[in-house]
Each structure stands twice: as C-alpha cells, then as structure tokens.
Design a protein around this ligand. Structure first.
Ligand SMILES: Cc1ncc(COP(=O)(O)O)c(C=O)c1O
Length: 422
C-alpha cells in the first residue's frame, strides 16, 4: 500500500489524517516505512536524505547502532516500572553536569508538558500570574503559550483557549531590546526560545539575551529558556552555554530522550524544590522517567562531545554555503540562517531576525523547492517555518548529492517560471 492509499485510509479515522498538524502536506504526506542513519524510506520505495530528522531529536541520525542494543536490553528488563530506578538518576546527573544553570531536574513526557510545569513553578515561586512570551516562539500545545501577535494584534493560535488565559500572557517581539521595558513587577516568568526555531531558525542578537536577563533580574520575574530544540544541539550545555546567559529554569526535550518521548524542566535548587513531593507545585506522570527513554537519553548524551559539535558545524556550513552559491547564481533572493547543525533557507530580500521578517519569505518558492527536492530524494521539513537539522550520520556523499539535487531543483523552478528572480 503506497503513501496516497494510506493517507486516504487515515483521513477516515484521524483528524486531517495525521497525528500532528505539520505532518500534513499536499497532495499527501509520505509514509515512512523505516529509517537508518541520514535516510528515511517511504512506503513508495524512495530513500530520502533526511534534514527534518523528526524535528530535532536525532542528532546521531536514525537508529544509530550504538543505541539499539542498549534499548533492547532495557526492554527485556522492563519497559516501565512505576518506581524510581537507576538510569533516571544517572540521566539527571548527566543533565546537571551538562547544562550550566540546572541543579535539579524533573523528567516528563513532552516539551509542552515541561513548559506547562515550568510556568506553574514560576507562578508559585514568585506569587505572580502574568507570563511574557515572544512572538513566533513555540513552547508546545500549552494554553497560555499558544498566543502570538504583539500589541493589539495579540491572538490565540488555537480555538478553545479562554479569554482569561489569553489576557494573562504578554507577547513581545523577539530581538527587540526596547520592548523589554514591558517586563514589570507583575510578571512571574519570561519564556523564550534563546535561539528561535519555530519561525525557521532565528539566532538572537547577543545583546538581546543579556538584556532579557537584566530585565528579569530587575523585575523579579523568572527567566525560562526553552531549550527543547537547542538543548544538547547548539552545544552540550545548550544555547545558555553557547551565549553565556543563564536562565532560572530550563525546558528540555527532543535529543534528551534519545529518540523516545521526553520533556524535562530544571533549574536552580531553591526553585526546583517547589516541585511535589518536595514542595507544593504538582507534577506527576505514569511515564515520567520511563526507563527505556532514560537509557536511550543517557546513551546518546554520553556520546556527545566537542568532536560531534565541530563536525556538525563544519558539515552544516559546507551545505549552507553551497545553497547560498546556487541561489545566488540563480538570482533568487534568499537568506540562509544557520547555527551549529540548524539551518533555514528564507526566500526574501531582508535578513530574518524575528517573526515579521520570517513571514516575508515567499511561500510559493519554498513550496516549489520542497516538492522538487522530495521528488528527487531530499526531505526538508514541509513548512518554511521549521528548522532543518543535520546529524552525525550525514556523510560527504549525502552533502554532495543534496547540493546536486538542490541545484537541479532550483534550476527547474526557475525555468518553470515559478520564481521571479531579481
Ligand atoms: C522550542 C520548542 N519547545 C517546545 C516544544 C514542544 O515539545 P513537544 O513536541 O515534545 O511537546 C517544541 C516542539 O517542537 C519546540 O520546538
């Protein structure tokens, strides 16, 4: 059964035919049948070089050999205990060793769950209610954070969010130091992706994170870094280590679970001791600290070292320079944002430094390129507003093949007149 047939079946029994909205694209998403290293095989028999990589967890690529036996071993010994166990202690210790501002951590099952709990802790710790977030930052499917648009344009990004919840969240523009004066003494927490990944990749101005830290210090609000994407990806200590700005609470996920569902929130001891059963802030979960996830996460984290980050940066730089050259030769206005093993190609004249500038990227160029690449064996995330990821499994041959196919795709788009060039 091919992808189109599977999608038609899915439409009958799953809303929109998918388990998460971004996975749906036209005419139908491809269905994965298996994956290994840098590649994913579709139900249509096509191997794709994968730069979506499940939206971030797979820093070593799909199903790395060193992980497989460890996971099977844990499954043989039990997949969930409902009791404390050794590997969760070891993973917590590894997180505390790696992430500079984290002294204690609680494991949950998704990044969104971690964000929700971190807000609750911040409210209890400060005795305040208001939350500040930044336009275009995504923190999971969490009511008070599914809000975007600055000033009078603030709106819920989903149906079903009560007005009262919307009113408790202030949205500010990313990378805009002047607007930080809105962080006042009623604010419990300021939550930010230190490197924005959910409008495509947008690194922070160095001054911005520092100014944010200062604004939180003066107002008494807690600073929460959402490092679900950047944690263990920008560096082993995440964006906070790379930029030298340290939050009060950190949200983690993706890579931390070694390819299994996870979220975590952690921070300073006196704040984390608010969490039950130590303190009054409730958090619980049947699958919290799941042993299979803990073993997978621990195994992956133990393989992360400086060599991994240097290699990823080098290969991503090579790839992005190649994209730039091809686009420039074709006369297609573009900006390729990149940092470490993250990148996004924006099709616009202006540099992208926030949600507004990201939105100026031309969707028709992105869609045409996405389709062309997919037909020729290269898989970028289906939305312009997602990061692309590289992994340790991406080889020089993968890069060469990608650049070759990219060049052919760009030329075809240009010839077909799908792109007006400068
Ligand atoms: C920065 C960021 N925070 C939080 C989340 C939510 O994580 P999860 O999908 O595990 O709930 C995501 C998901 O992509 C994310 O990119």
């Amino acid at each position: 059964m091919n992808s189109s047939e599977l999608f038609n079946r899915a439409l009958q029994v799953m809303p929109g035919g998918v388990s998460s909205p971004v996975r749906r694209f036209l005419p139908n998403p491809f269905y994965a049948s298996r994956a290994k290293g840098s590649k994913i095989l579709t139900e249509d028999g096509l191997w794709l070089i994968d730069y979506c990589l499940a939206y971030g967890p797979l820093i070593f690529g799909h199903a790395p050999d060193f992980l497989i036996e460890e996971i099977f071993q844990q499954i043989r010994e039990g997949s969930v205990y409902g009791t404390p166990h050794k590997s969760e202690v070891e993973l917590a210790e590894e997180v505390v060793r790696s992430v500079p501002s984290v002294s204690m951590v609680r494991f949950v099952n998704s990044g969104g769950e971690a964000a929700m709990s971190a807000l609750r802790v911040a409210r209890a710790f400060t005795g305040r209610d208001k939350i500040v977030k930044f336009d275009g930052c995504y923190h999971g499917a969490v009511d008070p954070l599914l809000v975007d648009g600055v000033g009078t344009g603030t709106h819920a990004c989903s149906g079903g969010i009560p007005r009262s919840i919307l009113d408790g969240t202030i949205v500010l523009p990313f990378n805009d130091v002047a607007s930080l004066s809105r962080i006042d003494e009623g604010v419990a927490a300021v939550i930010v992706e230190p490197v924005m990944g959910n409008v495509g990749l947008v690194p922070p101005d160095r001054d911005f994170l520092r100014a944010l830290r200062e604004a939180c210090n003066s107002s008494g609000a807690l600073l929460i870094f959402d490092e679900v994407i950047t944690g263990f990806r920008i560096s082993k200590g995440g964006a906070q280590q790379a930029y030298g700005v340290y939050p009060d609470l950190t949200i983690l996920g993706k890579i931390l679970g070694g390819g299994f569902p996870i979220g975590a929130f952690g921070g300073k001891r006196e704040i984390m001791e608010m969490v039950a059963p130590c303190g009054c802030v409730y958090n619980a979960g049947t699958f919290n600290g799941n042993p299979v996830t803990m073993v997978a996460g621990l195994t992956v984290l133990r393989h992360l070292n400086q060599g991994v980050y240097s290699r990823l940066s080098e290969l991503t730089e090579r790839l992005c320079s190649g994209f730039e050259e091809i686009l420039e030769d074709a006369g297609i206005p573009s900006h390729v944002n990149r940092l470490g093993s993250l990148f996004t190609i924006f099709f616009s004249e202006v540099p992208v430094r926030d949600k507004d500038t990201a939105r100026r990227s031309r969707p028709e160029v992105f869609s045409a390129l996405h389709r062309q690449l997919l037909e020729n064996g290269v898989y970028f995330p289906p939305s312009q507003f997602e990061c692309c990821f590289t992994s340790v499994a991406h080889s020089a041959d993968d890069l060469n093949a990608t650049l070759e196919k990219f060049s052919v795709a760009v030329e075809k788009i240009r010839r077909d007149g799908g792109v007006k060039c400068s």
